[in-house]
Design a protein around this ligand. Sequence first.
Ligand SMILES: Nc1ncnc2c1ncn2[C@@H]1O[C@H](COP(=O)(O)OP(=O)(O)OP(=O)(O)O)[C@@H](O)[C@H]1O
Ligand SMILES: [Mg+2]
Length: 415
Amino acid sequence: MGAVNKTILVLSGGKEAIEGIRIAKGMDLKVIVCDGDRNAPGRALADEFLHANIYDPGAVESALAKYRGKRKINGVITIASDAVRAVAAAAEYLGLPGISKETAFLATEKLEMKKRFKAASVPGPHFAEIGSKKKLRRQICIFGQAVLKPVDSRGARGVLRVDENTDIDWAFDYSMNFSQSGKLILEEWFPGPQISTESLVVDGKSYLCGVADRNYSRLDETFPHVVEDGGETPSRYSPAIDRKLTKLLDRAAQSLDIRNGVIKGDIVLRDGEPNIIEVAARLSGGFFSTFTIPLVYKINIVEQAILLALGEKIMPPLILKAHCHQANRFLFVGPGTVKKVAFPSQDSLPRFVKYFEVNVSEGDVISRLENHTMRRGSVLVIGKSREQSVERAERMVRSIKVEINCKSGGRSECR
Ligand SMILES: Nc1ncnc2c1ncn2[C@@H]1O[C@H](COP(=O)(O)OP(=O)(O)OP(=O)(O)O)[C@@H](O)[C@H]1O
Ligand SMILES: [Mg+2]
């Protein structure tokens, strides 16, 4: 494959990146992991480690300046993080293939991204920049059901559903709290089915590698926050919708000038037509690129993305064929103080379980679930049908028993 003896720089050594680092090692590459956490679990798998905050492009460049002269780096990628700006900065600094800094900015700044989409007639919700509480009040009257978000956050932090009954002062301040640049965007709320896609982009053309249905069945429970509870792959709308998705993602990639790499889409269907909420110029987290796509479609998308990052030629998939079904669900706990936790041990799990993690301990004080970072566990399974995989995922989540002393003073068995 032409990548042997080369070195890849991977931004993120977090637990969701581990499988990606393993894939890189399996390609006979030398792997340098960069992470802001010296104890990042991916460090143990790497040949070398650079310590830098991967959300600070300048810090990554400084770490590379200190590293210069050691091993030659042939490519840079991020796995399961949104460190796209640092990837572009590192690629430019080292003279490597990759998206430009401008594309990285557009792909991580929701307002500027939407302006590009609008200029290129890429369909999506109407939007407005929100600079004041007065503007927010006025714009909600125009949109009705809407969603307020920081332009530069991730993991649904600061994302709020709002309408004419919302406490505007609170919503503005809450969302602003998650914006580093101090900017907010308001969008019309599109109520249709939500889909996630992931594609490789080769010479400006996108090739679908995965289409998933996102499960938002807990939207009412988490309102006004927007918290996804996993999903199912393949999507119930795929393959019928695949051509439309590809066309849309081609246009989105073109409008942001993503020529080679990955495009990950957050999509809503309206009257059967796909509309873009946003895209990311990187591999997904949540084990979609590392576990789900290889399991369901037998596509090693991480390997392909690494090859692209090294400037190698790849053969992207031309049609998407699902070989099994996947479902994943998250553990929602609390609020309250954790009294007792019990769950099956890793070695007792059925073989259909491909990932099982519980991240809650006795004594933890848990606040109300407001974004994706506050989910307390994760289950990923496969099955022969969608129904079977959903039943298995829900059963595995139910096998995690968390007893809570609720803040109200009462006691409840949450799971
Ligand atoms: N206008 C909208 N209409 C319908 N759903 C939306 C809209 N905007 C956002 N959402 C839903 O809320 C989720 C979170 O919003 P968004 O992607 O903008 O925030 P984020 O911080 O980037 O979150 P994530 O990291 O999950 O992508 C989206 O993935 C989508 O499911
Ligand atoms: Mg998003």
